[in-house]
Write a protein that binds this ligand. Structure first.
Ligand SMILES: [Zn+2]
Length: 672
């Protein structure tokens, strides 16, 4: 199973309109909230005192499912509200009388927590839900009255029945449990974007560490009893990550970090905590991957806030300094495999399906993740290759110092890197951020001649329009080894010469895959993800009726997550990606009838079902899913969508027993 598919975090964030910026570390808006929550009855009763030290007009919001029982602005009652979507909004006229004091008492009911939801569904929901087993009130649900589009600080008192523990981002100031129930007080005194509330029958483990400046940092796990034994290992890992990023970037900006378990398969990052599904926390690799990513978001995302209107840079930088950095620590090969995966995923998108990085806000579907996380991470890698590790890290320190608890944009990052490197990076940032797509680079020709001092290699590089300014790594192989040269490509067709003492044998383009580009077909053999993300994909369902037909239909729907474009089994395939699903004999017959390569040896005769990709003679790609019987086909519905990065997978029931990607071939020219 791939990590990114199960727990790609989403910063539960707010959209702040441009122009709103937290210029100081003191919020203009402060909430003092007390809530009593009953997870079983699914009720909330709350009162909030909102203090505003701004004279401008404000909009007060509250989820529509809640009712106010008392609401005043200073001495006057709150006026009538307007409804937009699931929210109610009150306009509060500007006033020179400051601070203004808005008091709201409210109450209401939550939905029942639905633990059958899968990850994409839980990500898309902004519904407050509770049960004995867990309560999650996302900020976006409007579970407490808030001022729209404003960063705010808060104090929050929680009251819960005995046995339950509740948590919100921020510092736990005090807590107590008695026969009457559990009480806790949290505060978050820096301006922040919103409050997400979590509760459950948690067992809490605590440990403390000293930060780089000597500050005490409280580390906690809020785990369901069934995973309580995982707490020590998680606490230990969190400590390691905080140490790593304090030495890399700067002081951890908060006084605590908690790992909180969720009965639904979520993966959320918030300031001072991460909220991860119980099943996710059980996965052995989460501690060495996603956990570090979530801890790092306390610097990028929840420490410096992205300027969403101009593009969210925080996922790319977090992916680069967490997921990718861990691969680099593991080995150069592991890091290259991650880059290969990113480029392969990008190559699986249809041209025009991606968007410029400046338009990425958060992950909503596969294509936006491939750009917002992976292309952005690779952009940081190319930048580090350009500036050197030392300058790159110094720029990040400066960016952190300057923008802590403020909104910052890609332009602020560019300024930080320019100031440290003293280079004009306008072209670099402009081409990688404002353009969709990727450069297409080819070796058009390469040759070798004798020269006085040895040999001269001539390489002609070509790129498609629009023209990028690129440093293209080109390797020249000799009998003694390989020499890497960086060629500055600035036009569509450019000739380079390299003088060498020893006899050059072969020229290879970007053998280490350090350049973000659209791979050529041989460099990117087809993977299953292509038919998931490419919206032009056509589908052929071979079973005509019965259980096999409905299993095939369900599977196709799950893989594509959109209306299917069906073609019949006898029709010729249009020149777009295609998915064919059927039982074993139907599949073999169909492949033969369409003169397509037969079942590859690596999957032949193995397991109860197989999926593989084929490069078609007409240039299109094909994904084939073949099962022994209807039950084996049905068993693929849940697992198969997780194997998008593979070229083939063999299943025994719902369990993948073998998988892999077809080998890639780099662009190389032998010198004669
Ligand atoms: Zn993230």
């Amino acid at each position: 199973m791939e990590v990114c598919r199960i727990v790609t975090c989403i910063l539960l964030s707010f959209l702040v309109s441009t122009g709103t910026s937290a210029e100081t570390a003191h919020a203009e808006i402060n909430y003092d909230i007390t809530v009593r929550i009953d997870p079983v009855a699914r009720t909330i009763e709350g009162r909030s005192v909102i203090t505003a030290t701004t004279s401008e007009e404000l909009t007060l919001m509250l989820g529509r499912r809640f009712e106010t029982t008392h609401a005043r602005v200073d001495a006057a009652p709150l006026g009538p509200s307007a409804s937009t979507g699931g929210m109610r909004a009150w306009r509060i006229a500007g006033s020179q009388h400051m601070p203004r004091r808005i008091v709201v008492h409210w109450r209401g009911e939550f939905s029942a927590l639905d633990t059958s939801l899968d990850h994409p569904q839980t990500l898309g929901r902004d519904i407050p839900a509770s049960s004995d087993d867990g309560t999650f009130l996302p900020d976006s649900s409007g579970w407490y009255p808030y001022i729209a589009g404003k960063l705010a600080s808060y104090r929050l008192n929680i009251e819960l029945p005995r046995g339950q523990r509740g948590i919100v981002p921020g510092r736990l100031v005090e807590e107590s449990e008695s026969d009457e129930g559990y009480r806790a007080r949290f505060e978050f005194l820096s301006p922040t974007g919103g409050i997400d509330f979590m509760a459950g029958p948690y067992k809490v483990e605590t440990t403390a560490m000293r930060g780089v400046s000597g500050k005490s940092i409280q580390l906690r796990t809020y785990f369901h009893p069934q995973i309580a034994d995982l707490a020590p290992a998680y606490l230990n890992s969190v400590k390691g990550y905080i140490e790593l990023y304090e030495s890399w970037i700067g002081e951890y900006p908060f006084t605590e970090f908690s790992v909180v378990s969720s009965p639904t398969p979520t993966g959320f990052g918030m300031p001072t905590l991460t909220y991860l599904g119980i099943e996710v926390l059980r996965l052995p690799f989460i501690r060495s991957t996603s956990l570090g990513h979530e801890v790092l978001h306390n610097w990028w995302g929840n420490g410096v806030y992205p300027d969403y209107a101009r593009g969210n840079w925080s996922e790319g930088l977090t992916t680069f300094m967490a997921d990718y950095a861990y691969k680099e620590r593991e080995s150069p090969d592991a890091a290259r495999e991650m880059r290969r995966g990113w480029l392969r995923d990008f190559a699986a998108l249809a041209p025009g399906q991606d968007a410029p990085l400046t338009t990425f806000t958060s992950r909503t579907h596969g294509a936006s993740q491939i750009v917002g996380y992976n292309k952005a991470a690779m952009t940081f890698l190319m930048l580090r290759d350009l500036l050197g590790r030392e300058s790159f890290d110094r720029a990040l320190h400066a960016f952190w110092r300057e923008h802590r608890f403020r909104i910052a944009s890609w332009a602020d990052l560019q300024r930080a890197f320019q100031a440290v490197s003293r280079q004009d990076l306008y072209m670099f940032f402009d081409q990688w951020l404002t353009r969709a797509g990727a450069p297409v680079v080819r070796i058009a020709e390469a040759g070798r001649t004798k020269s006085d001092s040895g040999y001269r290699v001539t390489v002609i590089l070509e790129q498609n329009a629009p023209i990028y300014r690129l440093r293209v790594p080109v390797a020249i192989r000799t009998e003694g080894g390989e020499e890497l040269h960086m060629l500055d490509l600035e036009s569509d067709h450019q000739t380079f010469t390299v003088d060498m003492r020893v006899r050059p044998l072969e020229v290879t383009l970007d053998p280490d895959l350090r350049l973000f580009r659209r791979l050529m077909p041989d460099e990117a053999p087809p993977i299953l993800r292509q038919i998931m993300v490419d919206r032009t994909t056509t589908t052929v369902l071979l079973p005509e009726r019965g259980e096999a037909r409905s299993a095939a239909e369900t599977l196709a729907g799950k893989l594509q997550n959109r209306d299917l474009k069906l073609v019949s089994a006898t029709d010729a395939l249009p020149p777009v990606p295609a998915l064919v699903i059927g039982l074993q004999e139907q599949v073999d017959g169909w492949l033969a009838q369409h003169k397509l390569p037969r079942r590859p040896d690596i999957v032949q005769g193995k397991g109860s079902a197989q999926a593989w990709t084929v490069s078609r003679p007409d240039g299109g790609m094909l994904a084939v899913v073949s099962a022994r019987d209807a039950a084996s086909l049905k068993a693929l519905t849940r697992p198969l969508p997780h194997y998008g990065r593979q070229s083939y997978v063999v299943f025994d029931g719902a369990k993948a027993i073998s998988r892999g990607a077809w080998p890639t071939r780099v662009q190389a020219i032998k010198l004669e």
